[in-house]
Design a binder for this molecule. Structure first.
Ligand SMILES: [Zn+2]
Length: 429
């Protein structure tokens, strides 16, 4: 992974209160987010509309409301870049700056995202104090000088203030909540992935603000069964992205196992479902302030609707959705699954897969969290209810060692393929 953190730097204590992105949370899930008027009156959610395969959506000229800067003329802090965000910035004294983070709407899952650049005319030691309005910090700061390699930035936590001392210089540095994986990163990654292969990348459709949502596909000649991989419904959940990349690279590799697998199964990857949220540095939502992973019943948002339409279109053509994995991040590494007795086909398939992962990785404790909540609107449940198959929410911890994230992903993808190719009876334990 290009943006792998120095693994030894991430063994830090978790001081921060975080929420699971997938587990039910009474105070959040039962309250409708603040929606814009046009979203509330959208009645097209359940209307099947075929998705145009090839068109170039134009990004609407939406100003980045989170774009801020503060400067004393010699030192400058800015968030005017893709995924940049600091909601308020003030100079509070000689070489002292205060940043306040504010969510895009409330109530909201506590994932305060920030990303800003610092530059100075000459080398200057500055102090930054960062607070979250009405909430607490979740992500320890990382620093990058080239936008590619990241290290933990040292900081002090005083109450709810996070205080950093940074050396500003003419060479800009970026400080962010996690490694920045912006929309362009996905495009570059996919181009590299499909280079000299039969895989395709195309635009599934346009997001709320008109950004392209890409899909990558591997289609075998004589197969109609699909594995679906989803990512980045929640913009700050970067460790989920850091797992999705090697997971997909393993499925779509040149290995003998992959070649055999891809003759039996098609793969659909939609790695970045919420490009507007990623661009804006949102904590959770799409451009309408909606949590997309609570929208898989209502399809009130174009992002989820596009995917549902596409999958229903595949099924209408006689294709079969066989399994889905949706990548996220939370405090710890957890696999949210559907219960064995939920009534989907191959009841023990996920248990067999992840049980084998647990056996093959003695240093990784596989935590399975089966659950069934038909009203929540998460993708995992949608796949099971719509297509009668298993699906999981694959959660990597915010601070899980980046090298470990990769090895879990490689291993789990390989075992998944073996599991799906074997003639083991998954209806039995
Ligand atoms: Zn999530």
């Amino acid at each position: 992974m290009k943006n792998a953190l120095n693994s030894s730097t991430l063994l830090l204590p978790l001081l921060l209160v975080v929420f699971s992105c997938s587990a039910p949370q009474k105070n959040i899930e039962n309250t409708a987010p603040i929606l814009s008027e046009d979203t509330k009156t959208d009645t097209s959610a359940n209307v099947y509309r075929p998705v145009k395969e090839q068109f170039k959506p134009e990004v609407n000229k939406v100003s980045n409301v989170n774009s801020q800067s503060c400067s004393d003329g010699k030192v400058k802090l800015t968030s005017d870049f893709a995924a940049g965000r600091m909601d308020e910035c003030k100079r509070t004294g000689e070489n002292e700056y205060s940043i306040i983070l504010v969510p895009e709407n409330t109530p909201i899952n506590s994932s305060p995202w920030y990303a800003f650049k610092i530059q100075a005319e000459q080398v200057t030691d500055i102090t930054i104090t960062m607070k979250v309005r009405g909430d607490k910090h979740r992500y320890p700061p990382k620093i990058s000088r080239d936008g590619k390699s990241w290290q933990l930035q040292s900081y002090q936590q005083k109450g709810e203030r996070l205080i950093m001392k940074v050396k500003a210089s003419p060479q800009p540095v970026t400080i962010a909540a996690q490694e920045i994986i912006n929309n362009q990163y996905y495009v570059n990654w996919a181009e590299e992935l499909i280079e000299e292969s039969a895989f395709t990348q195309s635009i599934l459709g346009a997001s709320t603000q008109g950004r392209p949502i890409y899909k990558i596909e591997s289609r075998g000649e004589n197969t109609n069964e699909w594995v679906v991989i989803l990512g980045r419904q929640h913009p700050p959940e970067v460790t989920g992205a850091l797992a999705l990349f090697p997971f997909v690279e393993t499925l779509l590799s040149n290995s003998e196992l992959s070649k055999y697998f891809l003759r039996k199964y098609n793969v659909l990857v939609i790695p970045n479902i919420n490009p507007d949220g990623v661009h804006a540095g949102n904590w959770r939502s799409n451009a309408n302030g909606k949590d997309l992973n609570r929208d898989w019943n209502d399809f009130s948002q174009i992002e989820t609707r596009l995917i549902n339409d596409y999958l229903q279109g595949l099924v209408a053509q006689g294709q079969k959705i066989k399994f889905a994995v949706d990548f996220h991040s939370t405090k710890n590494d957890i696999f949210y699954t559907m219960p064995v007795d939920y009534g989907v086909e191959s009841s023990y398939f996920v248990r067999h897969w992840l049980g084998e992962l647990d056996r093959q990785m003695p240093n990784f404790n596989v935590v399975l969290r089966p659950g069934n909540n038909p009203n929540l609107g998460v993708s995992k449940q949608y796949f099971s209810d719509q297509f009668g198959v298993h699906a999981i929410t694959y959660e990597m911890g915010d601070n899980t060692d980046r090298t470990k994230i990769k090895s879990i992903a490689y291993k789990s993808a390989n075992i998944l393929m073996i599991n799906m190719l074997s003639d083991v009876d998954h209806e039995k334990e």
